[in-house]
Design a protein around this ligand. Structure first.
Ligand code: G6P
Ligand code: MG
Length: 220
């Protein structure tokens, strides 16, 4: 089944907001009296806000009532929004613009598949709101990654089958979501971390659409 659509994660694939999520969570952990490392942060990538908080609290050995957790999640989000509000199109990751022009030339459809409830705001800040044929974000799904819902909904909205899609992901949970959804997955990051991906590259900057299509279309 030839590839018809590319589905992109947002944070860490299109724009480097992954680092802002990390900074905001680290600040929260520090205020609670412990720390989180960059290595620990890999577990949070692609995971929803509430689940990320649960993972962090468990790491710090804290159990808190739901109202307090809601407050902490909203505190983290405010810090995150503060960082995001300064973003512009300059924050789009290297290689994204070139890659998208190749995507268009190849006649492929595109969808955004992000668990973030802030995805529409970020797309607006970087001037990419009108780029995707479908946008599936945290406001449209009930299950976060590694559940495949965010990608299967994207494929459904584009009216293509999972086997006709390639997913681009920087997160372990996101790679798993794409694989569970029955898609070819390109991991952007380190092969030691993104072990489940079908193809791994450091970023979109070093990939061409032709190369991805050749590999994805040659899969068994
Ligand atoms: C993405 C990021 C995660 C983040 C999640 C929810 O998947 O990779 O780090 O926790 O979105 O984002 P939100 O903006 O809704 O808090
Ligand atoms: Mg990501």
């Amino acid at each position: 089944m030839p590839i018809k659509a590319f589905l992109f994660d947002l944070d860490g694939v299109i724009v480097d907001t992954a680092v802002y999520h990390y900074q905001a969570w680290k600040r929260l952990a520090n205020e609670l009296g412990f720390d989180i490392s960059e290595e620990f942060n890999e577990r949070l990538k692609g995971v929803s806000r509430t689940e990320s908080l649960d993972i962090i609290l468990a790491h710090g050995g804290l159990t808190l009532p739901d109202e307090e957790k809601l407050e902490l999640a909203s505190q983290k989000n405010n810090w995150y929004l503060d960082l995001v509000s300064r973003m512009t199109a300059e924050d789009i990751l290297p290689g994204v613009a070139t890659f998208f022009s190749q995507v268009r030339k190849a006649g492929l459809q595109t969808a955004l598949g992000s668990v973030s409830k802030n995805a529409p705001l970020i797309l607006e800040r970087i001037g990419m709101s009108a780029v995707f044929d479908a946008v599936i974000d945290g406001n449209k799904i009930s299950k976060g990654k590694p559940d495949p819902e965010v990608f299967t909904k994207g494929a459904a909205e584009l009216e293509v089958r999972p086997a006709e899609c390639v997913v681009f992901e920087d997160a372990v949970a996101g790679v798993e979501a794409g694989k569970r959804g029955g898609m070819f997955v390109v991991g952007l990051g380190s092969p030691e971390v993104l072990t489940q991906a079908d193809l791994v590259a450091p970023s979109l900057d070093v990939l061409t659409v032709d190369e991805v299509l050749t590999k994805a279309n040659a899969r068994p």
